[in-house]
Design a protein around this ligand. Sequence first.
Ligand code: HAM
Length: 429
Amino acid sequence: MSKSLQAIRGMNDILPEQTPLWRYFEGTVARLLDNYGYKQIRMPIVEFTELFKRSIGEVTDIVEKEMYTFEDRNGDSLTLRPEGTAACVRAVLEHGITGGGQVQKLWYIGPMFRHERPQKGRYRQFHQIGLEVFNLDGPDIDAELIIMTWRLWGELGIRDAVKLELNSLGTSESRGRYREALVEYLSAHHDKLDEDSQRRLKTNPLRVLDTKNADTQAVLVDAPKMADYLDDESRAHFEGLKARLDAVGIPYVLNPKLVRGLDYYSKTVFEWVTDKLGAQGTVCAGGRYDGLVEQMGGKPTPGVGFAMGIERLVLMLETLEQIPQEISRQVDVYLCAFGEEAELAGLALAERVRDELPNLRLQVNAGAGSFKSQFKKADKSGALYALILGDDEMAQQVVGFKPLRGQGEQQSIAWDALAAHLATCVVQG
Ligand code: HAM
């Protein structure tokens, strides 16, 4: 196929055999968020470029190297959203729904775009489910976010394969003092730092903590620790969070080098990581951003949130073989009809059954075909039962009811009794 007719590198089709697992995952998360009282918000996929520069930070990898930015026909600079927090903050401000201290607990789902080097678990179009909470400043809500994800891992059967890493970045004042101390220390070891860290030392020194370079990591062993620079308020907040996680029994690891790749965080930051996916092991990440709304032109409004990568979590379900059996079957009953008269009767019968059993997954054969070919299709559909309408059944106003997965003999069921009969043998999703 010519290159221009292929999908863009790092942007994937999600094929019909994959969508049941995606829908199971998305449905499980949506139900959980509903149950905890979160409401869905939907933002556009494209925003003014300025929004991301101002919120994520000019000297982050995302803004410097990864955004899909283009000029539209009006000459405006627009960007495909690389993440959801910025747009969510813009939306709540624009609609005034966090004004007067109103609490908002919001979630969103959808594609995000980053021009990263594609590899397993890392794509240029990927999907997140994220959530943001506004106007709650205590550690109780930070804990709730983490508790919810913990419950989710439990429901999905992947709890043993993920680990929670936690850190506190403090307020912007304490972070400023820490930054100064770190710059002083790293400057004294400038020659031992890798090139990228030397550059970051000037532009975004905290990001040096994130380095993968072994020599720089060795220098960092004796570097000043963020924990020693935390202000009292941030310290108390962090202790409050830890006490709540302890109370619920959620294990965590303190990672003083966890700084995150976006500039808007303050106080709590966290990541759920796994060693089951290779290099791209962070499946869910977030933290508090108490200064962001104000920085974007709003009144001071505390905020906290996270986002999880759907591709990575779906990959985990596959890797750990945590795929519920019921999602592999998408058809309960398959109706085969032979001849024109039977086909018309079959259509009407199927609609009657659907009226009575709206959750039944009933597929009616399309494209006619011989007895053999329709049966083959019925079997391939994965259905538990075939319904058969041929000349004999038409004459007697019955339908043949044939188990396809070895649960007994074929029986004849009167048309009027069909829905009631199906209700007893098919567990409807
Ligand atoms: P983030 O850490 O940039 O945070 O992304 C969150 C999650 O999205 C990652 O942990 C990962 O699972 C997934 N992800 C990120 N980039 C890719 C990619 N290229 N391919 C596949 N998956 C990816 C944020 O986006 C923040 N907005 C989270 C947040 C919300 N913080 C506060 N509120």
